[in-house]
Structures are given as structure tokens and as C-alpha cells.
Design a protein around this ligand. Structure first.
Ligand code: DX5
Ligand code: ZN
Length: 214
């Protein structure tokens, strides 16, 4: 069985102590830091932008996995890369020129991801599979932490697993991931678990991360 990667979503951390929180999950055994960027337009919430990412970059040597819930993301890609994003994941509904935007990310030798909302059909993957390094299946509707995992997405995770085949594309899941739903997602083929509440609401981050791994 593959070793699952754990990506704590800082959306659920104490924003007043952002640097220390990132340091803490890094020491607790995280594999990457998941950063949710929201624009109040594509999703009904606002979070943070490149200047904050620049400020927190020194607090961890782990890859920064930047989830761009932003419409459009195209004009911001260069800036996010400049401040230290390693993986940039974009939503097709927010970005009409997916091929071009994914190519732009790859051109800078960064990893390109595509995020699928719960109702997004899988045909958006047609013709761009060779251009992505990560597929992020949203297991909640994006916008907020602490929502309930949508069970119908397990079938989608299995379908994406099939589509990926032997390609080296990560299959990440995001939203409502607990030890229980995380295990279901892994059994369905997920290789990366994004989790906010399950890690940051646990007083012991290392224990929270471990419970997602086992
Ligand atoms: C939701 C975000 C998630 C969120 C997950 O729009 O993309 O990354 O932080 O939070 P939990 O794990 O609490 O569902
Ligand atoms: Zn996210």
C-alpha cells in the first residue's frame, strides 16, 4: 500500500499565529502545506494572497500546495510562484483556458493541479491529462473548513484512479477528511489527504496527522 501524503490545510489554523502554526505542522510530520486562496467571487469567502504566502514561506521547508479558488487565476500565477508556491491547483470553472494556464505553471517547473468540485464531471480531464501533476477531488463544496464529507465523491475518486492508470499523477482529496473518511478515500485510490479540522482542531497535531495515516 502506498504511503499517503498528508497536507494540513491552514484554513483551520490560528491565523494570528500563522508562522508558528506552519512550523508546528511541519514538525508534526506533514508532507506539504495546503494553502487555500479564496477570492470572494468564485467561492463565498476571502482568505489570503501572495504577500501572506511570502511572509510565511520561511517557516517551513515543505512544499507549498496552493489551492487557487480564484477566478481567473491566470494573471496571478507568476506572482504565486515568485513568493514560493510549489504546487498550483486551479478550477476549470474559474479558468476558461485550462491548457494554457496549466502549461504556464509547468513552464516555471512547478506542479500543476486541477480541482474538481463535487458536481464537476470528469470529462474536463479529457485532453489535459498529460499536463497535470495532481488531481484534487473536492469532497465538499469549496469555501469553508469544517464541512461534511460528501459520500458520492468516493465513486468519483475511484473513477479518477482508473483514469490516472499508471501515470505519476497525485490524487488528492479535500474537504471533511477525518480518520474514517480519509481511510475510505485512500481505499478508493487517494494518495494525498488534505485536512484542516482533523489536524488543527486536534490539540496534538502529530497525533492528528498519525490518525490520518494509519
Ligand atoms: C475548502 C478548502 C479545504 C478546507 C478543508 O474550500 O479547500 O482545504 O480547508 O477543511 P476541512 O478539512 O476542515 O474540511
Ligand atoms: Zn483546499
Amino acid at each position: 500500500f502506498h504511503r499517503v501524503k498528508i497536507a494540513p490545510s491552514i484554513l483551520s489554523c490560528d491565523f494570528a499565529r500563522l508562522g508558528a502554526e506552519i512550523e508546528a505542522v511541519t514538525q508534526a510530520g506533514a508532507d506539504m502545506i495546503h494553502i487555500d486562496v479564496m477570492d470572494g467571487h468564485f467561492v463565498p469567502n476571502l482568505t489570503l494572497g501572495p504577500d501572506i504566502i511570502k511572509a510565511i514561506r520561511p517557516y517551513s521547508s515543505l512544499p507549498f500546495d496552493v489551492h487557487l479558488m480564484v477566478s481567473p487565476a491566470d494573471l496571478l500565477i507568476d506572482r504565486f510562484i515568485e513568493v514560493g508556491a510549489d504546487i498550483l491547483t486551479i478550477h476549470p470553472e474559474a479558468n476558461p483556458h485550462m491548457h494554457r494556464t496549466l502549461q504556464k505553471i509547468r513552464y516555471h517547473r512547478k506542479k500543476a493541479g486541477i480541482a474538481l468540485n463535487p458536481a464537476t464531471p470528469l470529462d474536463v480531464l479529457d485532453y489535459i491529462l498529460e499536463d497535470v501533476d495532481l488531481i484534487l477531488v473536492m469532497t465538499v463544496n469549496p469555501g469553508f473548513g469544517g464541512q461534511t464529507f460528501i459520500p458520492s465523491q468516493l465513486e468519483k475518486i475511484r473513477a479518477v484512479r482508473e483514469i490516472i492508470g499508471m501515470r505519476s499523477i497525485e490524487l488528492a482529496v479535500d474537504g471533511g477528511i477525518s480518520a474514517e473518511t480519509g481511510a475510505q478515500a485512500r481505499a478508493a485510490g487517494a494518495t494525498v489527504l488534505v485536512a484542516g479540522t482533523a489536524i488543527f482542531k486536534n490539540p496534538d497535531y502529530a497525533q492528528g496527522i498519525k490518525s490520518l495515516r494509519s
